[in-house]
Design a protein around this ligand. Structure first.
Ligand code: UDP
Length: 239
């Protein structure tokens, strides 16, 4: 899978299906891997934060989670075949008959449990061994790590928002020896649980998911401004 660089952040040229297949390989590799979903806001954040950039550079798979990222590749005369969202990849992984032990970490109290119920309704054989809201604070992580270790989870989805979730994974992955793949998934648990309504597929395909989120969560205006104005300008004027 070809890896390109957008403003210094590596992004893999994968399709939705290719991402799922790659993650299945990583799960079987016997090693530990982080999967990230760089979107325009994350790429801008990494420009100002060397530690976050280093974490994204260390990820085994970085899926292009944003129309802006695909556009930026095209502007650089490189190819990213399609936008692939973390939520879609998570849903696909949870729809497979693979039997991996899955843990859902993060989101507001009760959301991970509600997401578990939705995922189990889609795939009754799914093996979700634990859910926990917790917090991304360093002071809480030891207890969370011990809890995850007791479940012997192999696939860990972390929903603390970027960059906290990537930092959390970078600090803790090695302390959870049964976890083969840890993936930061942002608002995915909210979407799956139905706590947030996702844009209709037609809006997603047209690249308007950002506009949908602005309508439903106007408090995100600064993040959306960064994604649709600051990021493209930064790409256009990057040397
Ligand atoms: N979150 C959390 N604890 C925190 C901060 C955030 O559990 O201290 C959760 C929040 O409830 C949401 C997710 O992290 O489920 C972040 O969602 P957001 O929509 O901001 O992520 P994005 O998809 O934009 O990366």
């Amino acid at each position: 899978m070809k890896r390109i660089s957008i403003l210094g952040v590596p992004v893999d040229n994968c399709t939705r299906r290719g991402a799922v297949e790659r993650i299945e390989q990583l799960l079987r590799s016997g090693m530990q891997h982080m999967v990230a979903t760089p979107n325009p806001e994350m790429i801008l954040a990494a420009r100002k934060d060397a530690d976050f950039l280093r974490i994204l550079q260390s990820a085994s798979l970085n899926i292009p989670d944003g129309t802006g990222v695909v556009w930026a590749a095209r502007h650089q005369k490189q190819t990213l075949q399609e936008r692939v969202t973390g939520t879609d990849v998570m849903i696909d992984l949870c729809s497979l008959k693979h039997g991996y032990r899955i843990f859902l970490l993060g989101a507001m109290e009760g959301v991970a449990q509600a997401a578990k119920e939705k995922l189990m309704a889609m795939n009754p054989n799914l093996h979700i061994v634990g859910t926990f809201a917790g917090s991304p604070n360093v002071s809480d992580e030891q207890a969370i790590v011990e809890y995850i270790n007791r479940t012997q989870a192999q696939l860990l989805f972390v929903a603390y928002g970027a960059p906290q979730q990537e930092r959390w994974i970078a600090r803790n992955l090695a302390k959870m020896p049964t976890v083969n793949v840890a993936m930061g998934v942002g608002g995915a648990l909210d979407f799956i649980a139905g706590a947030q309504v996702r844009a209709p597929v037609s809006w997603q395909k047209a690249g308007f998911e950002c506009a949908w989120r602005l309508l439903h969560e106007p408090q995100r205006w600064r993040r959306i401004w960064n994604a649709v104005i600051v990021f493209p300008l930064t790409v256009l004027f990057a040397r």
